[in-house]
Write a protein that binds this ligand. Structure first.
Ligand code: GRF
Length: 220
């Protein structure tokens, strides 16, 4: 039996939470060697909070505006987020549709332990409305990226990417849906790779180490 550490996850969310759902389901089915210890939303009405509660996962709303005006409030707000993450002994922070830029307080508390999913093939189309950016640009291939978060906007070392074709009749909605299906696959895969100790950051590159021999089905 290889030594796969079950990771304790803290998931930061802002909205409907389908990526969170994919993680919760993957953990429950034993497909991801991890468990979600806590979910934190910066928005009180996020559907993601409901999804967490349905699985009996502690779910908190921490609102930046309770700590002052953005971005000046970020240090105080993030210290509170870190306090909650630490209280659940989280070892990996997953941004799953979290709509704020992460600052030094969270990154210093979890060095190389914060990952994010972006609905584009980075470094193309960082920032907001990535799927619309891709369509407007006229690319023929789109996709999603999971990466380690640093202080840049969607510029950290890339863990996994997967592509899909852009169809002639695609709208932002149809393309977003195709990309979302990829997101639900590669975010759990990235968490699994990290749990298996198979990601090694070398500068900008994340080396994916081979699966240990004689491991039982570590499907990645
Ligand atoms: C996803 O497309 C994610 O890539 C982006 O925001 C969306 C969140 O969707 N950052 P959900 O809340 O996980 O359903």
């Amino acid at each position: 039996m290889p030594d796969v550490k079950r990771l304790s996850l803290g998931v930061l969310v802002s909205g409907r939470g389908t990526n969170l759902q994919a993680i919760l389901d993957g953990c429950e089915k034993g497909e991801i060697p991890a468990s979600v210890k806590v979910v934190i939303s910066n928005r009180p009405r996020a559907m993601a909070l409901e999804r967490a509660r349905r699985k009996n996962v502690p779910a908190y709303c921490i609102r930046p505006k309770d700590y002052g005006k953005w971005p000046e409030c970020r240090p105080l707000y993030e210290k509170e987020v870190v306090k909650v993450l630490r209280s659940y002994c989280v070892d990996l922070v997953v941004l799953a549709g979290y709509d704020r830029l992460v600052g030094p307080d969270i990154l210093d508390a979890f060095p190389n332990r914060v990952i994010n999913i972006h609905p584009a093939l980075l470094p193309s189309f960082p920032g907001l409305n990535a799927q619309k950016q891709a369509l407007d640009y006229g690319v023929k291939v789109a996709g999603a990226t999971v990466f380690f978060v640093d202080l840049s906007v969607d510029g950290g070392p890339i863990i996994i990417q997967e592509s899909c074709k852009v169809h002639e009749d695609d709208t932002v909605e149809t393309l977003s849906q195709r990309i979302l299906e990829i997101e639900h696959k590669i975010l759990p895969q990235a968490i699994t790779l990290i749990a298996q100790g198979r990601t090694k950051i070398e500068g900008r590159r994340v080396r994916i180490l081979p699966e240990p021999k004689n491991s039982p089905k570590n499907e990645v």
